[in-house]
Write a protein that binds this ligand. Structure first.
Ligand code: AMP
Length: 214
């Protein structure tokens, strides 16, 4: 199935994405990760987007769509999960066309609903593995072995430079402005499922699994 996660930064999309990827074999396409990889590799795109990401601005549709297209050309066989994409109506419509080209269509759009206070709290405790970018949250989602990444066993962590209250408020403003038409678009297609993302990780997972019927 093709699944789309909609939700603001810090709503827990990434944590649930890890579950779908590791336990259910989904190919995880996070445009935030794709953009950060470009940055880390020092590509032309990476240099272009660096400042905008740090300031919580949205990256142009053209750049984001080109990165997603490149990923889809690898033709993932199993389910695909889009995380943090689409963020604009233009991206949503372009995604439908890209999927049509490979004879696939979206099966479910999960809308992660959470209050702003909760988001600020979660972002405050968020940190990531330097090597594999796995996200954690202090104190809610710590590595199983203290100081060691669950995924790649690296022992080096950092906070994301765009995880500050100031940048989060900019990212939230973009999100609120752009999400309404996207929700409407998927609601009309009868694909939208709203999930209470303020619950525990396990409860959110259960609700998501019931939506996806997996
Ligand atoms: P995320 O990791 O999803 O929180 O994304 C981090 C940052 O990458 C965002 O604040 C944007 O600057 C940029 N970004 C990620 N996905 C998109 C997208 N689909 N469209 C535009 N900008 C994006």
């Amino acid at each position: 199935m093709i699944v789309v996660f909609i939700g603001p930064s810090g709503c827990g999309k990434g944590t649930q994405a890890e579950f779908l990827k590791n336990k259910k074999g989904y190919t995880h396409i996070s445009t935030g990760d794709l953009l950060r990889s470009e940055q880390q590799a020092g590509t032309e795109i990476g240099c272009k987007v660096k400042e905008d990401i740090a300031n919580g601005k949205l990256i142009s549709d053209d750049i984001v769509l080109a990165l997603v297209k490149k990923k889809l050309e690898l033709l993932p066989k199993n389910g695909i999960l889009f995380d943090g994409f689409p963020r604009t109506l233009k991206q949503a419509k372009a995604l439908d066309l890209m999927l049509l080209d490979i004879k696939k269509e979206i099966g479910c759009v999960v809308d992660f609903s959470v209050t702003e206070d909760e988001l600020y709290n979660r972002i405050k405790g968020r940190f990531m593995c330097i090597k594999c970018s796995r996200l954690y949250n202090d104190p809610n989602y710590m590595p199983k072995v203290k100081g060691v990444c669950d995924k790649c066993q690296s022992t080096e962590f950092k906070t994301r430079p765009d995880d500050t209250a100031e940048v989060l408020s900019k990212r939230l403003a973009w999100f609120k402005e752009l999400v309404t038409p996207i929700r409407e678009y998927y609601k009309q297609k009868n694909l939208l499922k709203t999930l209470d993302a303020s619950q525990s990780i396990l409860q959110v997972r259960e609700e998501m699994v019931s939506f996806l019927r997996i």
